[in-house]
Design a protein around this ligand. Structure first.
Ligand SMILES: [Zn+2]
Length: 176
């Protein structure tokens, strides 16, 4: 029982469970802002650490949701169909969290980065507008906020203030 699975034979959900088995360093969340490569690895990711923190917190408050619903604009990270609310967990760098320590335009190729990040921002705005036009409320939780219990608690409270937020809610007849 002492032998371990071959590196590379690990399933995706084992990643990170044994730091020795991969070459990746694990970041202590207290050590400060993310490095660029850490940010890079998260773009368009699923099941990122910030998302998992949010999901665990909301689940623990009794909320149930769908994940990554591709039928909705922007494929929201969490979908609360009953109250028609969606939650995005946004990385601060890629989604341009203004004023945040994790959001700084890199000094090298700064024009290229500025243009790229501006496009991301524009896309986020369009996704939000499209969702709102469809009657959805949009909540954004920033990556730098996910360890903040007060923020998560207030979001859970907002979501719960809508009645009958149930996992198997009958599909709304009011669509369209
Ligand atoms: Zn931030």
């Amino acid at each position: 029982m002492s032998s371990r699975a071959q590196p590379g034979a690990m399933s995706p959900d084992q990643r990170g469970s044994d730091p020795k088995s991969t070459g990746r360093k694990r970041r202590n969340p207290k050590t400060g802002p993310l490095t660029r490569s850490e940010n890079m690895s998260r773009i368009r990711g699923r099941d990122t650490k910030p998302e998992l923190i949010v999901r665990r917190a909301l689940w623990a408050s009794g909320l149930r949701y769908r994940l990554y619903d591709g039928r909705l604009p922007g494929r929201p990270d969490l979908v609360f169909a009953g109250p028609r609310m969606v939650v995005f967990v946004h990385g601060c760098f890629w989604h341009c969290h203004e004023g945040c320590i994790n959001f700084r335009i890199p000094k090298t190729r700064s024009e290229w980065w500025a243009a790229k990040l501006a496009r991301n921002k524009l896309r986020d705005a369009k996704v939000r507008a499209d969702l709102e036009a469809g009657g959805w409320q949009v909540i954004v939780i920033w990556e730098c906020e996910v360890e903040n219990q007060a923020v998560l608690a207030s979001i859970a409270k907002a979501l719960k203030s809508f009645p009958k937020l149930l996992r198997h809610r009958v599909r709304e007849s009011a669509i369209g």
